[in-house]
Design a protein around this ligand. Structure first.
Ligand code: SF4
Length: 325
């Protein structure tokens, strides 16, 4: 009976990897801060929505993502700590709506209409059953941003959009999200008829957009930014956009399924009280959404429960999966 199986999500695996206590509060108790979606998440959501409108099925592009973002953001007033270059050490906050519109404008200037991208499907949710020793353990659910045929090499690829303050790609070699997508992509897309018999996904294209306003200094013909005296500046900005291909070998797919099964087994053991919910305390804890509550909890101070009620709402973290199942 798959309906009785627990659901496991990509973000949940990251939370468990970061700290089991964080996973427990977020995914077992369903706690979300009352000040709802953080501004950074809000920007990422808007960018994903805008690109979903842009990459409609086919070769023709949809609504300009900057226009969509402007309408989507409405009168929201949010400020976001955006990407900064090294020479500017002070924190810099940007109007999140203006930043999103600008990022979308620059994105289209950079890639145009991606004439070689024939989009097959956009924003596809999926769900697969995770088994261990032949026994069904959980449903693994997530969504792809899109599937497209690259007309340049006639192969089918997944697109995965990422917004980031700094674009880093080295971690993708071992990234669980990329690995899990890769592990299930072919089977799911074949079952849904998106792939025909004999076809397979050739890569995941990680499509990074850096959260930064454009550099308005003049540029030379080669694209280098110039000083006021028109000499080439030593301070060139980091790339605003990067597309990074990711592939996985059959051995890595096997490891990925094993790790997914292991993680679900650990989650289930914590749910059943067989193993304790531990804390992974690091210097990054002050950025955890449960930091203040966790400090009281750590002091064995019962006020942590009062703080929980005051600062967090309780929601079903799997609601989206249940709706799309
Ligand atoms: S503050 Fe640190 S130890 Fe506490 S839940 Fe968050 S990540 Fe875990």
């Amino acid at each position: 009976m798959t309906a009785d199986l627990p659901i496991v999500r990509t973000s949940e695996r990251s939370a468990l990897g970061r700290c089991p206590q964080q996973w427990w509060w977020k995914y077992r108790m369903g706690l979300v801060p009352k000040d709802e979606v953080s501004d950074a998440l809000w920007l990422g959501l808007g960018v994903h929505e805008a690109l979903a409108q842009w990459y409609q099925p086919g070769k023709k592009r949809g609504r300009h993502p900057a226009d969509f973002f402007e309408e989507w953001s409405g009168d929201e007033l949010r400020y976001i700590s955006a990407s900064r270059e090294d020479w500017d050490a002070l924190p810099k906050y940007e109007d999140a709506a203006q930043l999103g519109i600008s990022m979308m404008d620059e994105y289209v200037k950079r890639y145009g209409k991606d004439p070689s991208w024939h989009v097959i499907a956009t924003e596809k949710p999926f769900e697969v059953t995770i088994k261990r020793g032949g026994q069904a353990l959980a449903l693994f659910g997530s969504r792809w941003d899109g599937v497209y045929r690259d007309l340049e090499d006639n192969t089918i690829k997944l697109m995965e959009h990422k917004t980031a303050k700094q674009i880093q790609t080295a971690y993708l070699e071992m990234d669980d999200q990329a690995g899990a997508y890769w592990a299930v992509a072919n089977a799911v897309l074949l079952a849904e008829g998106v792939l025909k018999a004999g076809e397979r996904i050739s890569e995941i294209t990680y499509n990074f957009l850096r959260k930064a306003m454009p550099d308005d200094r003049p540029r030379n013909k080669g694209g280098a930014y110039l000083n006021k005296d028109l000499s080439v500046s030593k301070q060139q900005p980091a790339p605003y956009f990067v597309r990074h291909p990711v592939e996985r070998s059959p051995g890595e797919v096997r490891s990925q399924f094993e790790r997914l099964g292991d993680q679900v087994a650990v989650m289930n053991a914590m749910r059943a009280g067989v193993i304790p919910v531990t804390k992974t305390i690091t210097k990054d804890c002050p950025w955890c959404p449960f930091w203040d509550m966790c400090k009281l909890h750590e002091q064995d101070n019962d006020n942590w429960v009062e703080l929980m009620t005051g600062l967090y709402d309780q929601v079903d973290p799997y609601l989206q999966n249940r709706k799309s199942a």
